[in-house]
Design a protein. Structure first.
Length: 260
């Protein structure tokens, strides 16, 4: 049963059990009503906001989005996607695990997303909200259970998944650009830096790996290999890996973690 809310927020909250289900919406809410609604239900629903907004990103680079009508998707796992009217990929995004908050500042509602490692902040300034949809979306068990930390733990116990002769040394190695997931040595005693992704690896992951490799080269004087380990990678990511002498290692997540 799909449920659509076409009443005031106060009316909805008074009898919320009647309306809670797979699908909730608010049409043309005030910023105050929107803030209350989002704060109350964002942990349980994937949120889609159609709004007039601008955005500011600070992290591995800097980016500003001028004011325009956009589609914003916020998922309970912390994922944030900002879409415009062209192209498949979002024009800005934050990965799972980011901390989400909403704050009302006079005539603007601020959606803030913070990621700690590496430090990244995305602030979206909502000036007018036309529509909010909250939907309970299904997830596969593999998405819920498997994290990048578990991939690292598996590689520590089964280093052959990277390659024969690989020897793990340390996890969570701190650099000025974030934490290296796994540091090890190959059979030739070269240092190996591995960046793990639990889903399709994007170009951003290649940039992150490049930073780690360059940092370790300049600070150790040793031969460094960089490996991006993920179930798959985009064509652009694979092209960039080859261009910069980095490697890709396919991790068969479903095979490794499948439970009968």
């Amino acid at each position: 049963m799909l449920l659509v809310i076409e009443l005031s927020l106060d009316e909805f909250l008074e009898d919320k059990e009647k309306f809670e289900g797979k699908f909730l919406t608010l049409n043309n809410p005030s910023l105050k009503d929107a803030a209350n609604f989002l704060a109350r239900y964002r942990a349980y629903y994937t949120t889609i906001i159609y709004a007039n907004c601008e955005a500011s990103y600070r992290g591995r680079s800097r980016a500003e989005l001028d004011r325009a009508d956009r589609l914003i998707i916020v998922k309970p796992d912390g994922t944030v996607l900002v879409h415009e009217g062209k192209k498949r990929e979002p024009i800005n995004w934050q990965p799972p695990g980011s901390r989400i908050s909403y704050r009302l500042r006079e005539d603007v509602l601020v959606l803030r997303s913070v990621r700690d490692r590496p430090r990244e902040e995305l602030e979206i300034y909502l000036y007018a909200i036309y529509f909010i949809l909250m939907a309970k979306l299904g997830v596969t068990g593999i998405e819920v259970e498997i994290t990048e930390k578990k991939l690292v733990e598996y590689a520590m116990k089964h280093p052959e998944i990277i390659e024969e002769g690989f020897r793990p040394i340390r996890t969570e190695v701190q650099t000025p650009f974030g934490f290296i997931d796994l540091l090890g040595e190959d059979r030739e005693r070269n240092l190996v830096i591995i960046e793990f992704k639990r889903i399709t690896a994007q170009v951003e992951a290649v940039y992150q790996l490049m930073r780690y490799v360059d940092f370790m080269k300049s600070n150790t004087g040793r031969t460094i290999r960089g490996i991006l380990a993920a179930p798959k990678a985009t064509d652009s990511a694979l092209i960039m890996l080859k261009r910069y002498g980095l490697e890709f290692r396919k991790i068969p997540i479903r095979k490794i973690f499948h439970k009968d």
